[in-house]
Structure formats: C-alpha cells, structure tokens
Design a protein around this ligand. Structure first.
Ligand code: ZN
Length: 299
C-alpha cells in the first residue's frame, strides 16, 4: 500500500477501521481505544495488570463484533480460578462498549496465566433477531490473543487471528480474517497469502499497535501489497442499563419479597456494576409494578 499522505491528528479518538487486501481474500480490522477505555477504568480501581487485560478484552470484543453480519451484541465472559474470578466485556453493532472485572480487588499480577488461571472464556453472540450462539475458549495460552487464535485454529470457522495491546491509557488491536475464495481460487496460493499476512502481522510491536494510526501501521506491515482502507467508525463507552430495565428486574421478584425489602429499607437502591449508576425506587415507584403483578394473578 502507499505511504499515508498525512497523519491524522493525535488522539483521533476511539475508532475501528476496516481494510481489505486487494489481491487476496483477506479482510482486516483495527481498533484504537482512548477515552472509551479510560472512562471505563475511571469507574473502578483496578491494578495495572487488570487494567491492561481489560483493555485487551475490550479491543478483542470490538474486533470480533465487526465480523458479525447482523445487529446485536457480542459478550466476552471469562471465569477463572485466578486473581480475576470474572471478567466481562460487551460490545454491540453501534460500537458501544462496557466492561467489568469482578472480585479482582486483590489482583497484583501482570501475568495472564495468574490473572485468569484455569480460565474459560465464553463468547456469546446475541443477535437482535434470531438465536443466541455461544463458543467456549479455554484460556490456556499465554495471552488472550493466543487463546483466541488457538480457538479459531481448531474451529470450523474462517481463519481468524488477533493481535492485542493495552497499557492502561490506550488499548488497540488488529484482526485478520481469511475470507471465502473469491479473488484467489487456488488453495495453495490462498494459504501462502494468509501465512504471509499473518507472519508480517506477527512482527508488530506492542508500541506500534498502540501508537501508530491504521494507515501507518498497515504501511509498516504491508507496504508491498495494495490494501484498501475504509472510513473509521467511532467507538464509545456506553452502558445499556436504564431505570426501566432495573425496575423490570425488580418486578421479576416475588411481590412479597419487594414489599418486604421496602418495609425493611424504606426504598430499594440498585447500582449498575458496569457504570456505577444508582437507581432508587420508593414504595410509590414500585406500587405500579406490584399492582400489575396483582392484576395478572387475578386474571
Ligand atoms: Zn450501567
């Protein structure tokens, strides 16, 4: 590809950008997270190792989300016996992200295999219409990217590889995906092209992934190949919680239970774990919900 004409202004923000190899059936995607990542970290007090890992998960969720061909959500949920019992990241088709590491207050390690020891990652794809799909990724490699690589290598899906980096301030990632044969029907040539693209991406340094914008990163890796870049799409931190959803969750409890809680506490407060938003419900707020429950029972 050609050398980029101009460097976008520093801090061009949170974005994801698609690219295509013009002479190979390979697509790619990059993601850069700045404010969105820092806003998520600002809500919690995570140790540096946890913050970095959370950044890699966020970058991975955006990259994997861009491979979906429908509207919906992608959820990465890692459970482990290590220093982080639960790490959860969500992204959606509007490129809104949120994340939490639960029970990681004591975490001090920087090492993937200590933070998520004996870990398992559930990748859930939740389309707005249609069936949920879940894949399980054992977290047995030395990083999230390598664990995902191993998962895709053993699955029936399209060849897919990821490179991820995060430093507590910025999180970035690169994804390559082998597309079904279209430009290049010869399977040997296809394999060669795929291996070559991955071998070059394997030379990327963490600082390059974090510091270079997509044009310069791709020029650094693929200056000998024609690569077409698409327009960047903005990524933002946005929590999907709402007062209505929280009230619906309360409404799913037994009316007597809600009534007892109100009796005991005066009002019910619920905090969103992802964004710390607090929702407060008085007896008056809940009367409607309790009333609806009653009328349903009467019918
Ligand atoms: Zn929230």
């Amino acid at each position: 590809m050609n050398k980029p004409d101009e460097t976008p202004p520093a801090g061009a923000g949170d974005r994801s950008l698609r690219f295509l190899f013009e002479q190979a059936d390979i697509r790619g995607e990059t993601v850069h997270l700045d404010d969105a990542y820092r806003d998520i970290l600002a809500i919690h007090q995570y140790a540096p190792g946890v913050s970095r890992l959370l950044g890699e998960f966020l970058a991975a969720s955006v990259l994997l989300g861009t491979t979906l061909k429908f509207e919906g959500k992608l959820i990465l949920q890692a459970r482990s016996e290590g220093e982080i019992p639960l790490l959860m990241v969500e992204s959606n088709s509007a490129l809104e992200i949120r994340a939490i590491a639960r029970g990681a207050e004591q975490a001090t390690s920087e090492r993937f295999d200590r933070l998520l020891a004996n870990g398992q990652l559930a990748i859930t794809i939740d389309p707005e219409q249609g069936q949920r799909y879940q894949g399980i990724v054992p977290l047995v490699e030395d990083s999230l990217a390598h664990s995902l690589d191993a998962y895709f290598r053993h699955s029936e899906q399209l060849g897919t590889r990821l490179w991820l980096a995060a430093d507590g301030e910025r999180a970035s990632g690169l994804l390559l995906q082998n597309l079904p044969a279209q430009l290049v029907p010869d399977s040997e040539q296809r394999n060669r092209q795929w291996e070559h693209a991955c071998a070059l991406a394997d030379t990327v340094q963490e600082e390059e992934l974090l510091g270079l914008d997509t044009g310069n990163l791709l020029y650094r890796l693929y200056h000998e190949e024609p690569v077409r870049l698409f327009d960047p799409a903005p990524v933002a931190f946005r929590c999907s919680c709402s007062r209505e959803r929280t009230r619906n969750a309360l409404a799913s409890l037994q009316p007597a239970e809600v009534s007892d809680l109100l009796e005991e506490l005066g009002c019910i407060t619920m905090d969103c774990e992802f964004c710390n938003q607090q929702y407060r419900f008085t007896r008056e707020d809940m009367a409607e919900v309790l009333g609806e429950e009653k009328s349903k029972i009467l019918h």
